[in-house]
Design a protein around this ligand. Structure first.
Ligand SMILES: [Zn+2]
Length: 437
C-alpha cells in the first residue's frame, strides 16, 4: 500500500524567530496506530548489535536521547527529534530498481538510526548515507500490508538542513539554503551536494544514466514516475504546494504558518492559493480520510528549534488528522506522560491516538467535513491550542534559564509537569468530544 507524507523545513534566514522550523505529516494506513515514544541516552558495550526491523547491524557506542513517532508494530520512526535538536522525517519515493528480495534497512529504521547517532544535521546525513550504501533499503517482509519503497529524508538542526534522496543503495544529498518541501516524489536533479560513489556506474550498467552538463541527473536517472503511488498520491502537486506556500512567506514564516500548512486541503493545482480548510479530496497535505481512502495522516510534528540559549526547542505533536486535532507542545528536556506513549493494534479507550481516530470516524460518518461536527470539534480544540501556544514559549524560556544555571532536574520537573497537564487537558477534551458528537 502506498502511503503519503509531506515534510518541509525553513531555516532561520526565512523565519521571524530566526530559528529553524521543521514539519511533517506522516500519512499511513488509516487504522495504524502511531504515537510518540521517549528513549533515554544509552551507552552500549563494545561489539554489541542493534536489532532493526528486519536486520541486525553493529550498535554504536552511545545512542542519544530522543523522541520518535512510532507506528505500533515498528522499531523505527516516521519522524523524531533528539537531544541535539536534530530532527528527521522521511518520505516514500519510487525508483526504477526492482523490489529488493532480501531484507535491508527501512526508511523508518534510518530515521531512528540518524536520531540515535547524529549530533548535528550533517553528522546524521553522513550516518544515514553510509548505512544506505552498506545495507541498502530493504523490503517489507511477511506481508505487512506495506509496499516496498525507497526513501527521501529531510534532516535538520538549528543551523542547517539537508535533503537525502535514495534509490536502493544509491543516494544524493542537497544542502538547503532557505525553505523546501518534499513529498512522494524525487526532487533532486543535478543540483545535488554529494552523491554516492557508485551511482554513476550503477546507472550506466542499468542503462538509466542521464546527465546534464556532466552531472548525473538523479531524478531522471532513478525515478520511476510510472509507479501508481506517485500519481495517485499526487506527490508532485503536494510538493509544489508546500514549496510555493513557504516561498510566499519567506522571511515571515512562523509556527502558525506551519500549523496552517499541515492542515491544508489544497489540491495543489493553484499552489499559491490561501490555506483550504474544507475537505475536498484526500490527496492534499492533510491526508484526511474519506469513505474510500486507505491512508490518513497518522501523526504530525512541527519542530520549532532554538538557535540561542534563550529557550528550549518546542516540538508540536498532533495525533491523527491535523485539521481537526490539536498540537501538543513536547520538550526533549522533560519526560513524556506515560499514557501519551500508549499504542495498540486494536481500538483501546485508554489510547489518545484511538480517541482522535474515533472523532475522525464519527465526523466521517456524516461524509461531509463542512458539517457542524467538524466545526464543533475545531472550535472545541481552538481555545486550548491558543493557550498552549501562549504558555509553552514562556515555559521554554523558564526551563532554559534553569538549564543555563545548572538546574537541569528542576527544568525537567517543570517541563514534565507542563506536558502532563497539557496531555490531561487534551485527553479529557477528546473524551468529552467523543461523547458529544
Ligand atoms: Zn484535513
Amino acid at each position: 500500500m502506498a502511503t503519503g507524507c509531506d515534510t518541509f523545513v525553513a531555516l532561520g534566514n526565512s523565519t521571524i524567530t530566526k530559528s529553524t522550523i521543521f514539519a511533517k505529516n506522516s500519512d499511513r494506513p488509516k487504522d495504524e496506530c502511531q504515537t510518540l515514544i521517549e528513549v533515554p541516552r544509552l551507552n552500549h558495550e563494545t561489539n554489541s548489535i542493534v536489532k532493526c526491523q528486519f536486520i541486525e547491524i553493529p550498535q554504536s557506542e552511545t545512542t542519544y536521547r530522543h523522541f520518535g513517532s512510532q507506528p505500533y508494530w515498528l522499531w523505527g520512526y516516521e519522524h523524531g527529534f533528539n537531544e541535539h535538536q536534530v530532527v528527521i522525517g522521511n518520505e516514500a519515493v519510487h525508483s526504477k530498481f526492482p523490489d529488493n528480495i532480501s531484507p535491508g534497512l527501512l526508511g523508518m529504521d534510518l530515521v531512528r538510526l540518524g536520531l540515535e547517532r547524529g549530533n548535528s544535521a550533517s553528522s546524521a546525513v553522513n550516518i544515514i548515507t553510509n548505512l544506505i550504501s552498506k545495507y541498502g533499503q530493504g523490503k517489507f517482509t511477511k506481508n505487512h500490508k506495506s509496499s516496498n519503497y525507497d526513501n527521501s529524508f529531510i534532516v535538520a538542526d538549528p543551523n542547517e538542513a539537508y535533503i537525502v534522496e535514495a534509490a536502493n543503495k544509491e543516494w544524493v544529498t542537497k544542502k538547503i539554503d532557505s525553505t523546501i518541501g518534499i513529498s512522494n516524489i524525487y526532487s533532486i536533479n543535478t543540483d545535488w551536494t554529494n552523491i554516492s560513489s557508485t551511482a554513476k556506474q550503477t546507472s550506466i550498467e542499468n542503462k538509466w544514466y542521464i546527465e546534464s552538463q556532466e552531472r548525473l541527473d538523479f531524478f531522471k536517472t532513478f525515478s520511476n514516475d510510472e509507479i501508481k503511488g506517485v500519481k495517485e498520491g499526487r506527490g508532485e502537486f503536494r510538493r509544489i504546494r508546500s514549496c510555493t506556500y513557504l516561498n510566499l512567506f519567506k522571511g515571515k514564516l512562523d509556527l502558525n504558518i506551519f500549523l496552517s500548512l499541515l492542515k491544508d486541503h489544497s489540491n495543489g493545482e493553484n499552489p499559491s492559493e490561501n490555506i483550504q480548510l474544507n475537505y475536498s479530496n484526500n490527496r492534499s497535505i492533510c491526508m484526511h480520510y474519506g469513505e474510500n481512502s486507505i491512508s490518513n495522516t497518522a501523526a504530525s510534528l512541527i519542530a520549532d528549534l532554538s538557535q540561542d540559549k534563550n529557550r528550549t526547542a518546542i516540538y508540536w505533536c498532533s495525533l491523527y488528522t491535523p485539521c481537526i486535532g490539536i498540537f501538543i507542545p513536547i520538550f526533549c528536556e522533560g519526560n513524556l506522560p506515560e499514557k501519551l506513549s500508549l499504542k495498540s493494534k486494536e481500538f483501546s479507550k485508554e489510547t489518545l491516538w484511538w480517541k482522535f481516530h474515533s472523532i475522525n470516524k464519527k465526523i466521517n460518518e456524516d461524509n461531509n467535513t463542512k458539517s457542524s461536527k467538524t466545526e464543533f470539534v475545531r472550535s472545541s480544540f481552538l481555545p486550548i491550542q491558543k493557550t498552549f501556544i501562549k504558555d509553552s514559549y514562556i515555559i521554554a524560556k523558564e526551563a532554559q534559564t534553569l538549564i543555563n544555571s545548572g538546574q537541569k532536574i528542576k527544568a525537567n520537573n517543570l517541563l514534565s509537569e507542563y506536558m502532563n497537564n497539557s496531555f490531561k487537558k487534551v485527553y479529557n477534551l477528546t473524551e468529552e468530544i467523543n461523547k458529544l458528537i
